[in-house]
Design a protein around this ligand. Structure first.
Ligand SMILES: NC(=O)C1=CN([C@@H]2O[C@H](COP(=O)(O)OP(=O)(O)OC[C@H]3O[C@@H](n4cnc5c(N)ncnc54)[C@H](OP(=O)(O)O)[C@@H]3O)[C@@H](O)[C@H]2O)C=CC1
Ligand SMILES: O=C(O)C1=N[C@H](C(=O)O)C[C@H](O)C1
Length: 233
């Protein structure tokens, strides 16, 4: 398969390596807005850039009828527009806040625990995410997905707040430390004990492998998808 990489930083470089190991041809490595010319006629685009440029990048690819796997976080206020573009241009789009198998299993575990705690009033709930000091957005896209999984299963919560817990808003505490790849925890605390579920990424390889597997899956598909569609979760 021919893959174009839009965004060629920490993630783009690892995805490049894994894609080639899986026998794919990387036909573009862009650090600028994609065009029909600089994309070089790929089968799929994998986009890991920056919150402020992702929308324009994805739009350009979809308008050229090229399917997009997007891992860039921090731009979701325009996601509905992007999903409409994918349908209008008869192509496909998949956004994943986190492409690792481990985190997608964690998402499912988080929703089951949230449902269990729905009728238990003794526990408060808050999230914590820890990432490297280079990260531009806070909270992480993964933390937002975890919060949304809790809202879906526990009507006590319907919104999140960064770095504080207020009323029915779930507190998401974002910590930036050294070169941490990505650690996410959900805490349920009572007066007598604490329950924690936690995912720790040791490196970025799980994210990159998941993005390439998603690119292999989405080829020839039409519409909008999530990583759980790829994994059958
Ligand atoms: N979904 C997931 O599983 C994961 C998501 N992420 C997310 O992916 C994104 C990228 O992370 P990471 O690779 O660490 O970030 P980096 O900052 O290392 O890489 C971003 C890249 O985008 C490039 N860039 C800048 N402007 C443009 C543009 N207009 N068009 C295309 N590329 C551009 C940058 O170029 P330059 O170097 O010149 O600035 C850089 O190469 C973040 O939003 C992060 O949250 C990260 C890991 C996993
Ligand atoms: O910026 C990162 O590095 C990561 N970002 C993603 C996020 O915002 O959730 C995924 C992963 O945690 C690494």
């Amino acid at each position: 398969m021919k893959i174009a990489l839009v965004g060629y930083g920490k993630m783009g470089k690892i995805i490049d390596e894994i894609a080639q190991k899986r026998g794919h041809e990387v036909v573009a490595r862009l650090k600028e807005t994609p065009t029909a010319e600089n994309l070089n006629n790929p089968d799929v685009v994998i986009e890991f850039s920056l919150p402020e440029v992702a929308y324009n990048n994805i739009k350009a690819c979809l308008e050229n009828k090229i399917p997009v796997i997007c891992g860039t976080t921090g731009w979701l206020e325009k996601k509905a527009e992007i999903e409409k573009l994918a349908v209008d241009n008869d192509t496909a789009f998949l956004y994943g806040s986190n492409f690792s198998l481990g985190v997608n299993l964690f998402f499912a575990l988080n929703e089951k625990l949230a449902a269990l705690m729905k009728n238990v009033d003794e526990y408060s709930c808050q999230l914590e995410e820890i990432h490297h000091i280079h990260k531009k957005d806070a909270p992480s896209g993964t933390a937002i997905s975890i919060a949304e999984g809790i809202f879906k299963n526990n009507p006590k919560f319907d919104a999140w707040k960064l770095d504080e817990t207020e009323n029915n808003q779930l507190g998401i505490f974002a910590i930036r430390e050294d070169e941490v790849p990505g650690t996410h925890s959900v805490f349920y605390r009572s007066e007598v004990d604490e329950i924690e579920i936690k995912h720790t990424a040791f490196n970025r390889n799980g994210f990159a492998l998941g993005a390439v597997v998603a690119a292999e899956w989405i080829k020839d598909k039409r519409g909008n998808f999530e990583m759980k569609d790829v994994l059958g979760l």
